[in-house]
Design a protein around this ligand. Structure first.
Ligand code: GMT
Length: 376
């Protein structure tokens, strides 16, 4: 396979789409491709020197005449510069809004025949696609891209339904970085967090948006806690954190819920965990489920969006209907009290990751796709 010059744009801060874009760039670079990140700040997982990765920062200036600083135009301008200066073969943008439209504009500005690939991640369709002030631009970005991918079949269907683009959309699943996510030696982390050795650990990781239904996590944990000694780790930050803290205050589980805020070394936290909960209302994939499973933590998640493509009920985890906290607790207690079942779920989870979501397989799918659209 020939070595390509690939531009990547994503939201560089914490979030699944930024994680996938950055990990993909790192793995492509390891395979000999030249990678150019075009983002507003250094992607957070790009935390060391990689010789074949360059970071091009989008600078957005604010002038008094602007009511809003024009990030989208500055991004398109930077993309056009990098397309020309670095002779890019492919520009791969993650998250449709506004990246796909910026890429199309940049291609035109650079008078280039560069291949444009757009990957849809979830809320760019399921939330923004429902907003009439944006849906036309999302459709335009999708239709003008050379190839569009989505992270699950469910997201493909939802895009077709909501946006109705005249464009084919392919599924390329997310993957897990096996070099980062595996069961590590936790040292005395459990003790440092004030968790007794005999206590089970339940974990939830999200951006604490309404769609994540963090209250359902706490309610499920309340029921689990009635049956066995346990702690709940709530990892992440966002608008729902305060209401959830208020809910927990004064309840019998107040001492058992640990709000850890945003954390980068998630694999260490997964390593001390026995159960992962993701009870979202919308979820195109649920990358945190893969990350938890790779660290040998079985998952219970809602039967929504792309989650059933990641979890097969009763095999590598359990699926519950939205809001059914009773069922979450039932499955949770079962898993936490039955070491044989717990081990079986972990073994199946690791097998599923290897078969469907290994970084090697997924990166190869992206490479094959780049080859189809790269400048000849
Ligand atoms: O979950 C979020 O709100 C963040 C969002 C993002 O853009 O990072 O996540 C979406 O993309 C992830 C990576 O493909 C998926 O694993 C998440 O399921 C998806 N979130 C939603 O669909 C709500």
């Amino acid at each position: 396979m020939r070595k390509l010059k690939i531009g990547i744009t994503c939201y560089p801060s914490i979030g699944g789409s930024g994680v996938i874009a950055t990990e993909l760039g790192k793995m492509l670079a390891e395979k000999g491709h030249e990678i150019h990140f075009i983002t507003s700040s250094q992607p957070f997982r790009l935390n060391k020197m990689y010789p074949s990765i360059t970071f091009h920062q989008v600078e957005v200036n604010s002038y008094s005449v602007f009511q809003y600083a024009p990030y989208d135009i500055a991004l398109a301008n930077k993309m056009a510069e990098v397309i020309i200066d670095e002779q890019l073969d492919v520009l791969h943008v993650h998250y449709a809004m506004p990246h796909a439209v910026c890429a199309i504009l940049a291609k035109d500005m650079a008078k280039s025949d560069i291949g444009i690939v757009t990957t849809l991640h979830g809320t760019d369709i399921t939330v923004l696609g429902d907003d009439s002030s944006l849906s036309g631009a999302i459709r335009y970005g999708i239709e003008k891209s050379d190839i569009v991918t989505a992270v699950s079949h469910s997201l493909v269907s939802q895009t077709m339904e909501l946006i109705q683009p005249d464009q084919e959309i392919e599924t390329i699943y997310n993957f897990v970085d096996e070099q980062e996510y595996y069961k590590k030696d936790p040292g005395n982390l459990k003790e440092l967090l004030g968790i007794a050795a005999h206590e089970k650990v339940v974990i939830h990781v999200s951006n604490f948006r309404k769609v994540k239904r963090v209250q359902d996590i706490v309610k499920s944990f309340e029921l689990i806690r009635k049956e066995l000694p346990a702690k709940l780790l709530l990892v992440g930050d966002g608008p729902e954190k305060h209401p959830v803290m208020e809910y927990v205050r004064g309840t019998s589980i107040e001492q058992d819920v640990l709000f850890l805020g945003k954390q980068e070394n998630l694999s260490e936290l997964y390593t001390i965990s026995d159960l992962m909960l993701l009870l979202s209302q919308k979820e195109s994939f649920g990358l945190v489920l893969l990350e938890a499973m790779a660290c040998e933590v079985p998952c219970i998640a809602t039967n929504v969006g792309g989650i059933p493509e990641v979890i097969t009920h009763g095999e590598n985890g359990y699926l519950v209907e939205l809001g059914d906290t009773q069922k979450v607790a039932e499955y949770g207690v079962q898993l936490l009290q039955d070491p044989i079942l717990h081990k079986q779920m972990i073994e199946t989870s690791l097998m599923f990751i290897e078969e469907r979501f290994s970084s090697k397989k997924i990166v190869e799918q992206y490479e094959a796709m780049y080859e189809r659209v790269a400048k000849k």
